[in-house]
Design a protein around this ligand. Structure first.
Ligand SMILES: [Zn+2]
Length: 302
């Protein structure tokens, strides 16, 4: 079976073992809150990543000095299941994060555990390993994190917003809460942040390749000057957006402009009319034109 892009990214992340205990605890916290189940009744982590399965017992050893009650054999493949049911062990884990197994209160991201920057990275790395996936960039741009805990989804959203230039999008799927990224550069940023530099580079290369092919096709297809003008305008807008991002101004734009910038980045080929329809709520062409002009003007301001 071919190894998926996601599996490779996870394998890469497993090579980063937290050197400090605070980070081991934070990474386990991310794993627990984004894994299959974590409650006072037990812990159940299921993964198909062999690298993750190899590193998991070491992480729990480092963080809590304890072993799983059930874990797969080293030769096992397919779905690998790790479990803890012994009350004493569950108590140790819960207490490490300030919870108590009898608490019926919903679990949440206990921020004091994530005070240090090193720990925030470790937490999100754990979350991605246990509840994340990233699509092969030749098929599309999509990275997601899934949790079954509502509060964790809310707090995870804030945490991701702090470390990324854009907030993730959110959705409900079955009983789970999904946070996802759709923009190739944001996905790159996130993977780099976690320490998956090779995966990040893979996305960037796929994107450059796609842009190159699109450019060639465009040149071949469009004889009429009008289309060329549309393409040039889009390139100019993209350059302005990149500049604003570089200057750290993008995230401070008014929501309408930010929406316009995001739509242009996600749809570099779209015409003015198509972009106007992508706005929420949709707007007319002159209004869309106004927003794009405004972005250009802001980029030129410095
Ligand atoms: Zn740390």
């Amino acid at each position: 079976m071919a190894v998926s892009f996601s599996a490779n990214a996870k394998a890469e992340l497993c090579r980063v073992f937290p050197s400090k205990r605070c980070c081991a605890l934070a990474q386990c916290f991310g794993i627990l809150l984004f894994c299959n189940s974590f409650s006072g009744d037990g812990i159940r982590i299921i993964t198909e990543s062999r690298e993750f399965a190899q590193v998991l017992p070491k992480l729990f050893q480092r963080a809590f000095d304890l072993t799983f009650d059930q874990q797969p054999h080293p030769e096992d493949t397919g779905k690998l299941v790790f479990q803890i049911q012994q009350p004493q062990k569950l108590l140790t884990v819960m207490e490490a994060y300030g919870f108590h197994p009898e608490d019926t209160l919903a679990l949440h991201i206990n921020l004091p555990v994530l005070e240090e920057d090193c720990c925030r990275i470790a937490f999100l790395r754990g979350a991605f390993l246990a509840g994340g996936s990233v699509t092969d960039p030749t098929k599309g741009y999509h990275l997601e994190l899934t949790t079954t805990h509502q509060n964790v989804a809310k707090e995870g959203y804030i945490l991701m917003q702090e470390v990324l230039p854009f907030a993730p999008k959110t959705a409900r799927r079955g009983g789970a809460y999904v946070m996802y990224l759709k923009q190739s550069d944001v996905i790159c940023d996130f993977l780099t942040f976690l320490g998956a530099h090779v995966a990040s580079m893979g996305i960037m290369e796929a994107r450059l390749e796609k842009e190159f092919t699109n450019n060639v096709n465009r040149r071949c297809n469009c004889d009429d000057a009008n289309t060329t003008k549309v393409v040039e305008a889009a390139q100019e807008q993209l350059a302005a957006i990149r500049l604003l991002k570089k200057q750290g101004k993008l995230e401070h734009l008014p929501p309408k402009l930010l929406q316009a910038a995001q739509a242009r980045q996600e749809h570099p080929e779209a015409s003015l009319a198509e972009l106007a329809q992508l706005m929420e709520p949709p707007i007319n062409n002159p209004a869309m034109n106004h927003r794009l002009k405004k972005l250009l003007a802001l980029a030129k301001e410095t």
